[in-house]
Design a binder for this molecule. Sequence first.
Ligand code: ZN
Length: 374
Amino acid sequence: MSMINKKRLLENFLKLVQIDSMSTEERAMVDELARQLSALGLSVVEDDAGSKIGGNAGNLIATMPGTVAKPAIMLSAHLDRVTPGLGIKPLVRDGIIYSDGSTILAADDLAGVVGIVEAVQTLLESKEPHGPIEIALTVAEEGGLRGAKNLDYSKLTAKLGFVLDGGGPVGSIVIKGPAQDRIEATIRGKAAHAGVSPEDGINAIIAAATGLARMKLGRIDPETTANIGVIQGGTATNIVPDMVHLKGEARSLNPAKLMAQSEHMRACLEAGARERGARAEVQISRMYAELSLEAGDEVVEIARRAAEHIGLVPTLVTSGGGCDANIFNQRGIATVNLGMGYMKVHTTEEYISVDNLEKIAEWTLAIIQQTPKA
Ligand SMILES: [Zn+2]
């Protein structure tokens, strides 16, 4: 059995977290991974997603032909991170990697990135036969999955995908996740002096409040959630406000329920505005489609067998969030999201164990090995 080089894996992780790589500013990280994957003999291209989203780097797509007839698989992780993520100084204590407390750690998602690199390097050293491998390292995943949305899919042939970016323990396999709509609204009233001629005004804040008061929000049903998260409007206490902006979202595992919830939110805002003599302009946009795989699907079974093969307990889970896997599935690549065992992500207390880093790499290698012959 091929052995992951734990020391090399940890060193690469500690090296990469120290390379700044905020969303749309991934240039140095993309260059480093292009160098690493080229050095392994993969053919590496960078797509033009960077210019499409106003970033300084595109997605990296690295491919390796198979040595046996197996279906191509895609391995994917993201290269960007959330704030505060500049100048990360990792420290290892009792087998756990932390930041110094002033930044995140960026195990989300460099744990996935180094897992893929180490698995491929170990595979190549073993000279074991394998099928075609396609690696997609995305930019700007955080805050909108923009790298995956703008990825050059003509460079990929795989119909089976594995995203290494899941929140659960190593061994958990995300097979379901909600679709998400963004709801943006502008309520327009009429400005007037609040002391001199208030009867000439139409208060947009009151109009927005009237709509919000009848809106179902929070956990709508076991599959559906909704939230209004931002409200902005008004300029001074002596002016009847003529404009309010609202931003919200709705999510559901069930596309019909999502559409119903989004339309409900639109209808409430429109009716509330009408009742107060104001106007509501409501925009609903689909951020991503649902992730909807089943036990028994080939990609799920490969991930499950691979987990069992290395002594993990595989569990199929539903996520409340979206990830690049939602986009890949939408683009015809049946993709699961694998649990990384990183903890407290998106906080300065983020951490991951060195053992989990090793398990991630082992699992990834086992996925390559457990993909059945075509
Ligand atoms: Zn992530």
